[in-house]
Design a protein around this ligand. Structure first.
Ligand code: ZN
Length: 290
């Protein structure tokens, strides 16, 4: 390229920049500002007109927005195996009668150290015969497919409640597990120990997406709260709801048991946001309340 060409190209850039005034940026805030690995975080796009289309992503994974506090918000689940550090996000807003707006940046995800847990269970629960192995694998795939299904309607409202009354907080989320001396997948839920027969309740409103009896989870109920949020209740003794049923926050789903791979009666409580395995107890403290 000649000097004249470079000068023209530079002028071209200058003219382009002059011709389109800098687009207005969308106002975006993260809650918490520095989320940890395993947290349910949320993003708020402020000052959005009714009927606006808001879309966005983190690390290229789409966010699902809903109207909230004069803007639109989306939950963002930080999977328990996410690398800590800066992760890039972007948001776009399209509204009638206004220039499209966008914003991008990065959110710093803070590391969290998980315990290493050594467990001893009957060998038949670890060294599976080929048929059981196939069954467990198929059940795992069925759950993963369900968690990736995003129902377009938001069914939950307000504060989340604890799934079992007065038994304290759950334990063991994210634990790197060594079962009978062999490293296994990290623990994707939080365990609430309680006597067999203790009622287990829905932590928020939703729809019963799955009732079943699976090899590892035992008797289970999965609730779909809409927009990619699911909660899971494993090892139940009895089940009081049916697939497809709508449930309210606090409604009894069943009772605590020790079905499936369990060392004793407890509730394994899990949550996923768009397929990210998150600490379900962070839902209980979610600062997005309406
Ligand atoms: Zn568990």
């Amino acid at each position: 390229m000649t000097w004249a060409g470079i000068a023209l190209a530079a002028l071209g850039l200058f003219v382009t920049a002059q011709a389109s005034p800098a687009a207005e940026k969308a106002a975006v805030t993260w809650h918490p500002a520095k989320p940890r690995v395993g947290d349910v975080a949320w993003v708020l796009v402020k000052d959005v007109l009714d009927g606006a289309t808001v879309e966005g992503s983190v690390d290229g994974k789409p966010l699902t927005f809903f109207p909230y506090a004069g803007g639109q918000a989306a939950l963002f689940g930080i999977d328990l195996e996410t690398k800590p550090g800066a992760h890039t996000w972007r948001v776009g807003v399209v509204e009638a009668g206004r220039e499209p707006r966008s914003a991008q940046g990065s959110v710093r995800i803070v590391r969290r150290d998980f315990h290493v847990e050594r467990l001893t269970v009957p060998n038949t629960m670890v060294d599976l015969d080929p048929e059981t192995e196939r069954r467990a694998l198929a059940e795992g795939k069925q759950l993963a497919a369900l968690y990736r299904t995003i129902t377009p309607e938001r069914l939950w409202r307000g504060k989340f409640t604890t799934p079992v009354g007065s038994t304290g907080t759950g334990k063991g989320f994210g634990a790197r597990r060594i079962i009978n001396g062999q490293p296994r997948s990290p623990h994707s839920g939080s365990d609430f120990s309680a006597p067999t027969g203790t009622p287990v309740v829905a932590v928020n409103a939703g729809k019963v997406a799955l009732v079943g009896e699976f090899f590892f989870p035992g008797r289970l109920v999965i609730l779909d709260h809409g927009l990619g949020l699911y909660t899971a209740y494993f090892h139940l003794d009895t089940i009081a709801v049916a697939e497809g049923e709508r449930v309210e926050r606090g409604q009894t789903l069943g009772t605590v048991g020790a079905t499936g791979r369990a060392t004793g009666p407890h509730l394994h409580f899990g949550a996923q946001v768009a397929g990210a395995r998150v600490d379900p107890t962070t839902l209980l403290g979610l600062s997005l309340i309406d």
